[in-house]
Design a protein around this ligand. Structure first.
Ligand code: AMP
Ligand code: ZN
Length: 493
């Protein structure tokens, strides 16, 4: 398999990736709803698409990556019921809704930076696209797929499904959906329980509202993504991504809206969904109370954590699973990732110091690079890529021990491959690591390890003054010492 293949959630097949307009690629990923701190589950989904973005660029594509910020319209019921999530937070904390939005957008950006997740090309907001959303609603009404009731506008799924397929992405059939849906309670304005809101009328107490042809109100949650994806990527574009939990109803509704506006039956060529991060088999979610923030993870300050882990260890841990499979959080898995990454980083250090062998080369550097590419070409298979890099580690350590002969070209080629795949494609940064009780920064790391050992000894001797002095001086240089059950380690920042 020498070209990139992607598992398309729509066709449920692994397909050869063929962009609509090479070398340009348009990719849209549903971003966060900014009403609370990001948890590690969210990080996994954004990391999945960071890898897609990085690898497409590695292949030479010019990617326009659009990832939105949901800052209005996502209701607490996740359907058309309940209070606006941001409005509720603003009410409870006595803040302006835009203060809530700014606070959690900043948090989101900080977290993405810590995990070395690249910023998108465009990061549009729902509130910045109210005019476009109103225009889209009007077109859907004009095309006969939406109706207005008391200042709200609903999408008519049944009318739409008479003309176009509905439910293909999530494999749902209209009649089954009908059987599984609650009957309308008589209070509802909807003509059919499958219908969903494009625009909701707002009363005076509703914090975020705008004028529209149907009166004051706010857009439904699904609409923003239809509008912003097509505005920046066109009526038909290459890749649309998000977490698995968004497939239905969010993405199904998105498709219906896009088709409802343009009539073009297949707005997206490749739908991709990242699977969930779970804790003891249950989805990590704010509502489950099992979600820890990246900050808690790094400091180890959470009941589920035995100790703190560096952001790069966590990144590596997540990439050790394939994006399409669920990934269960555990301290053991994180510790294994920490050890594995430390091994890889040590091998990169060793590689930098290797001297070429004069003997016959016993390693095929070209084949090694091709194997790394093949792993990524097979639906971004990061676990296989990591396993391949470990094969490289064996070669490097073998060469250092004089058991494998490497020419100067082999060494240069290995360095290029490690740089391309470990640093650029997997996005692992050396300087952000803490290794096993220490770091991976060559001599500086070894010295810091030594200082931490001396402090541990001082603590054992109850020389608290010395122990505190070491901690404070290192802190003044931006190095934090963490004391855990298994000893102390240092990290930058
Ligand atoms: P939200 O801010 O809740 O809309 O979520 C932002 C993104 O995180 C969405 O793409 C979700 O699918 C994704 N997400 C939420 N929980 C998890 C989880 N436990 N594992 C992976 N992704 C998740
Ligand atoms: Zn979306």
């Amino acid at each position: 398999m020498d070209s990139l293949h992607i598992s398309n959630s729509l066709t449920r097949q692994k397909e050869k990736f063929e962009p609509l307009n090479p070398p340009f690629v348009g990719m849209y990923v549903c971003g966060p709803t900014v009403y609370s701190n990001v948890h590690l589950g969210n990080v996994r989904t954004f990391l999945t698409f960071d890898i897609v973005y990085r690898y497409l660029q590695h292949l030479g594509y010019k990617v326009r990556y659009v990832r939105n910020i949901t800052d209005v319209g996502h209701l607490t019921g996740d359907t058309d019921d309940g209070e606006d999530k941001i409005g509720k937070k603003a009410r409870l904390e006595n803040l302006e809704p835009m203060e809530v939005v700014q606070k959690y957008t900043n948090d989101f950006h900080d977290v993405m930076d810590v995990f070395n997740i690249l910023r998108p090309s465009i990061e549009p907001t729902a509130t910045g696209h109210i005019v476009e959303q109103i225009e889209a609603i009007q077109k859907i009404i004009d095309n006969g797929y939406a109706y207005e009731v008391n200042g709200s506008v609903y999408f008519s799924v049944r009318t739409f499904s008479d003309d176009h397929p509905y439910g293909e992405l999530s494999g749902r059939k209209i009649d089954e959906l009908m059987n599984n849906t609650r009957d309308l309670d008589g209070q509802s304005e909807k003509r059919d329980p499958l219908d969903f809101a494009l625009w909701k009328a707002a009363d005076a107490s509703h914090l975020m509202q705008w004028p529209s042809p149907w009166g004051r109100g706010f857009p439904g949650w699904h609409l923003e993504c239809s509008v912003m994806s097509t505005k920046y990527l066109g009526e038909k574009f290459d890749i649309h991504g998000g977490g698995m939990d968004l497939k239905f109803p969010h993405h199904e509704c998105e498709i219906a809206q896009n088709v409802g506006v343009t009539g073009c039956d297949c707005p997206v060529n490749y739908w991709m969904h990242g699977n969930m991060l779970t804790v003891n088999g249950r989805k990590m979610a704010k509502s489950e109370g099992n979600g820890f923030t990246p900050d808690e993870l790094i400091t180890g300050n959470h009941k589920l954590l035995d100790k703190g882990y560096s952001a790069m260890t966590v990144r590596f841990f997540m990439l050790m699973g394939h994006y399409a499979s669920t990934l269960d959080f555990s301290n053991e898995a994180l510790q294994a990732a920490e050890k594995g990454l430390s091994k890889l980083e040590k091998a990169v250090d060793t590689l930098a110091k290797l001297t070429p062998s004069s003997g016959e080369a016993s390693f095929d550097a070209k084949e090694f690079g091709a194997k790394c590419a093949a792993a990524m070409n097979d639906d971004f298979n990061t676990p296989i890529l990591i396993a391949t890099l470990f094969e490289g580690v064996k070669i490097i350590n073998g060469a250092a021990a004089g058991l494998v002969a490497l020419t100067a070209e082999d060494i240069a080629s290995l360095q290029d491959t490690f740089h391309a795949y470990l640093r650029e494609v997997l996005g692992i940064q050396a300087e952000k690591n803490i290794g096993e009780g220490g770091g991976n920064e060559g001599e500086t790391g070894a010295l810091l390890d030594l200082i931490v050992d001396i402090r541990t000894q001082a603590k054992a001797n109850k020389e608290w003054g010395t122990a505190d002095k070491i901690r404070d001086v290192l802190a003044a240089h931006g190095i934090t010492i963490q004391d855990g059950k298994d000893g102390s380690s240092w990290t930058r920042g």
